[in-house]
Design a protein around this ligand. Sequence first.
Ligand code: COA
Ligand code: UVW
Length: 331
Amino acid sequence: MGFIDEMKAKAKADKKTIVLPESEDERTYKAAETVLKEGIANVVIVGSQEEIEKNKGSYDISGAQIVDPATSDKTAGYIAKLVELRQKKGMTEEQAREILLTNYLYYGVMMVKMKDADGMVSGACHSTADTLRPCLQILKTKPGTKLVSAFFVMCVPDCEYGENGVFVFADCGLNQNPAPEELAAIAESSAQSFRMLVGAEPKVAFLSHSSKGSAKHADVDKVVEAVKIAKEANPDLMLDGELQLDAAIVPSVGESKAPGSPVAGHANVLVFPDLDAGNIGYKLVQRLAKAEAYGPMTQGIAAPVNDLSRGCSAEDIVGVVAITAVQAQNQ
Ligand SMILES: CC(C)(COP(=O)(O)OP(=O)(O)OC[C@H]1O[C@@H](n2cnc3c(N)ncnc32)[C@H](O)[C@@H]1OP(=O)(O)O)[C@@H](O)C(=O)NCCC(=O)NCCS
Ligand SMILES: CC(=O)OP(=O)(O)O
């Protein structure tokens, strides 16, 4: 069974409730129809009956729960809770009401916060910044974690590298220029995500344009420092760097560029040095190698709220819903 079919099977075995707040986007309805038909999750769509009728086309979403912020009896409680959470940041009741009645992403995150849903998937028609800001502000990091980061599960067809072509790539969506401590935290969370979702032992490569000192630059020093921090904090984790991509995943190149490395040539978790590299890297593999790309998934956050690329298909949304449900099972 392929990775995403495994996620769907796990999701079906213990059904979770996932919010899809982008009721203005047709892909939401196409994905919801599939999720409901296959029994992957219970679906909540946020929007007015009028908006939903206008946008749903011919998709059958009759099994979905529709929540209209303007009429829901939960809205008053969400407003009060949002004020409580953001009072120190100057949030007034009037502002909270305005946000929750007009921004369905905030509303969906409040549903998750108040445990009226187990997770949320959004971002088909909102930028990553607009999708992730509400969950960073409201859900915050999970206990014991300092940093939220964003990863993709990449399933590369006909690929002998990684875990039979399956990789975690991070950070591809959130932290723009992570400091060494942040890179180390991204690696640690990515290893946990890989273990939990893929069910295999993570082998983490810190990527660079240099392998073991072959290039000198401050950007390389940053990665070397991150590896040192990560090794000290996680002595049992298989991790190494700095490594070029070929040294990280191709056994013969790993052996020649980084002999003796526990990871080189066999990495299945790729930690990119910054968001330029991570975001460009995942899109290259997705578009040129025709890989399935699920994400950006968040990690290190208190509850599963996940993003999408605006270039996603309805099938991608279905996949991210299944993975979100599995994350919710493992909270
Ligand atoms: C997500 C993002 C918008 C957050 O930055 P921002 O809007 O400037 O917001 P702030 O820095 O004020 O952060 C908002 C809150 O989130 C928290 N936060 C921000 N980044 C965080 C992180 N990585 N981990 C944990 N918390 C974080 C802040 O502490 C802050 O909390 P507070 O409001 O309670 O004090 C920003 O990191 C970003 O734009 N990232 C790039 C997204 C992107 O374009 N990706 C490319 C396409 S995928
Ligand atoms: C992940 C990502 O790049 O998102 P978008 O394509 O929406 O900017």
